[in-house]
Write a protein that binds this ligand. Structure first.
Ligand code: NAI
Length: 542
């Protein structure tokens, strides 16, 4: 079967020989529902369990889409699609692929945030693994209980920083489920080879703890040495059970995200999507924007609003890209103006961690600055005092890019780049329509959450492609160089390269094709055939 690794189809055939009747219909990977042929129904004990009409996948997809359209709100649509996924994965992915722009925001951001918040209320069937701290002695056993043996990609979270909505405890599982759906939809990683995991280490979300229906460990969130030990035991168990698997760290709180990445990136095939994936897609958008204006990347001045783990990851990639154009590290650093909840990051501050301190501006550069009340140096002061060419929002502060700030920015540069990246939609720093209006249509915009007609600067442009490239090439490490290669390749596919008025990133409909090209760039051109073969397409016929 083209597109399916041989070992996998053997496994499917073996499983299929064992599973029959109602059990077969209950397996979402093997179930074809009304698409089982008469001959298959006879051989597999399915007559009577299914209505007599035999349908094509297209006919099934049509019915599913009709049912989807009958749902009256986004959470209901999410529940419907998740139920479809748990019933018949081929059909689920077919529907997603046929309606990618409509369904992606429902399966993933922003609607998945609501699904995480409501996890314990909308829970239906098990998916993935919930590794609960009280059972820590059985980590290996729980990993062994995974539904499918051969796993290529794990996405793991501890649910502490779900998108922009904070600690959701066990409800965070919705995020790895959604992310892995995109690994399959776009990257083409076979669904049976993906494994979502939540590390259930308690929650400090009082609303969840008070909720009688909360399904996770009802305990305050684990921290300190006990947390580190649990994570170490988890990683050790993964190494033993699934050596060589790609492990994506997802939605960990800032204080853990960087630490875990640094601790494990040389030990496992692993990366942190919030840090590296965000950085790569933002870099792709910025490279596209600078390319569209005909400027040089090294000449830009960047203002970052928010200096958390996502922002620092983005700044690091931007800086590296500037250095690749010939700037020294310190020359490149001078082009970054980071603003956090205590104002501009400068050398006079004593509350900076080492990552932020690396971007602290010398006080000497601020001597003649106009300051806000009480000497404050907030976003509007920074925008007023420098000639910024790009403004990047990773702050979770809704509406932070207001009219005054945008007009001042656009007064000084012809085509400013503005990236309001915070998720979900209610946390977005500005509505893209406002940004365009306030800049007289000159701003180049990509947003974190979906808005009609605007490029969505979403990690989905990067992680499924990097995953595909890494899996196809059997790489041993995920490096920053790979992520930057992915960003540059993605930028090569930017519609704005052809037409400066076009979106900065390719349309969602092109994502699978673009992902394949990005994966080839990551894996190395000589592996093109292997990348193509690894990209699964939802169709029956295994
Ligand atoms: P974080 O909590 O590590 O960082 C937030 C930063 O914003 C901190 O530096 C904080 O000081 C700053 N901040 C908060 N309130 C502020 C205020 N009133 N004024 C100035 N600064 C303020 O969070 P993280 O992980 O960096 O994520 C930030 C946002 O980025 C979230 O909304 C997240 O959903 C979004 N994000 C978007 C991605 C995308 O692809 N579009 C990917 C990853 C994150």
């Amino acid at each position: 079967m083209p597109g399916v690794p041989a070992a996998y189809s053997e496994w499917v055939n073996a499983t299929k020989r064992r599973l029959r009747g109602a059990e077969l219909l209950a397996n979402p990977i093997l179930n074809r529902g009304t698409a089982f042929t008469d001959a298959e129904r006879s051989a597999l004990g399915l007559h009577g369990l299914l209505p007599p009409q035999v349908e094509t996948l297209e006919e099934q997809a049509q019915r599913a889409w009709e049912a989807y359209q009958r749902k009256s709100d986004d959470l209901e649509r999410h529940i419907y699609l998740r139920a479809l996924q748990d019933a018949n994965e081929v059909l689920f992915y077919r529907v997603l692929l046929d309606h990618i722009a409509e369904t992606m925001p429902v399966v993933y951001t922003p609607v998945v945030a609501e699904a995480c918040r409501e996890f314990s209320h909308i829970y239906r069937r098990p998916r993935g693994l919930i590794l609960s701290y009280p059972r820590r002695a059985e980590l290996r056993t729980m990993l062994r209980n995974r539904p499918y043996r051969k796993v290529d990609v794990i996405v793991a979270t501890d649910g502490e920083r779900v998108l922009g909505i904070g600690d959701q405890g066990v409800g965070g599982l919705g995020i790895p489920i959604g992310k892995l759906a995109l690994y399959t939809l776009i990257g083409g990683i076979h669904p049976a080879r993906t494994l979502p995991i939540v590390l259930d280490v308690g929650t400090n979300n009082q609303e969840r703890l008070r909720d009688p229906e909360y399904l996770g460990w009802r305990h305050e969130r684990l921290d300190g040495a006990a947390y580190d030990e649990f994570l170490e035991e988890f990683v050790a168990a993964v190494e033993e059970e699934m050596p060589g698997v790609l492990l994506q760290w997802e939605d960990f709180a800032t204080r853990h995200a960087r630490t875990l990445l640094d601790r494990y990136r040389e030990r496992l095939l692993s990366f942190n999507d919030d840090i590296q994936g965000t950085a790569a897609v933002a870099l792709a958008a910025a490279l596209s924007a600078v390319g569209a204006t005909g400027g040089r990347f090294r000449d830009q001045q960047w203002v970052f609003f928010g200096a958390g783990s996502a922002a620092l990851g983005v700044a690091d990639y931007f800086r590296t890209a500037m250095q690749q154009e010939g700037l020294s590290q310190s020359e490149a650093r001078a082009a970054f103006w980071l603003v956090d909840s205590n104002g501009l990051v400068h050398q006079g501050r004593d509350d900076l961690n080492p990552e932020k301190r690396a971007y602290a501006q010398p006080l000497a550069r601020l001597v003649n600055w106009r300051r806000g009340p009480g000497g404050a140096l907030g976003l509007s002061d920074v925008i007023h005092n420098i000639r910024a060419t790009g403004l990047i929002g990773l702050s979770t502060v809704a509406g932070a890019f207001d009219e005054g700030i945008v007009r001042e920015l656009a007064r000084k540069v012809d085509r400013p780049l503005i990236l309001p990246l915070s998720n979900p939609t209610e946390c977005c720093e500005a509505h893209p329509d406002d940004l365009r209006r306030w800049s007289d249509g000159r701003a180049l915009v990509a947003s974190g959450s979906p808005f009609p007609g605007v490029a969505q600067c979403n990690n989905v442009y990067i992680f499924p492609a990097v995953g595909l490239g890494v899996v196809a090439s059997r790489a041993h490490r995920v490096t920053d160089a790979m992520m930057m290669t992915a960003a540059r390749e993605l930028a090569r596919h930017s519609p704005a390269r052809q037409d400066p008025k076009a979106p900065l990133l390719p349309p969602l409909e092109d994502l699978r094709e673009v992902a394949r090209e990005v994966a080839v760039a990551v894996a190395g051109k000589r592996l093109r055939a292997r990348v193509a073969a690894a990209q699964w397409t939802p169709a029956y016929g295994l």
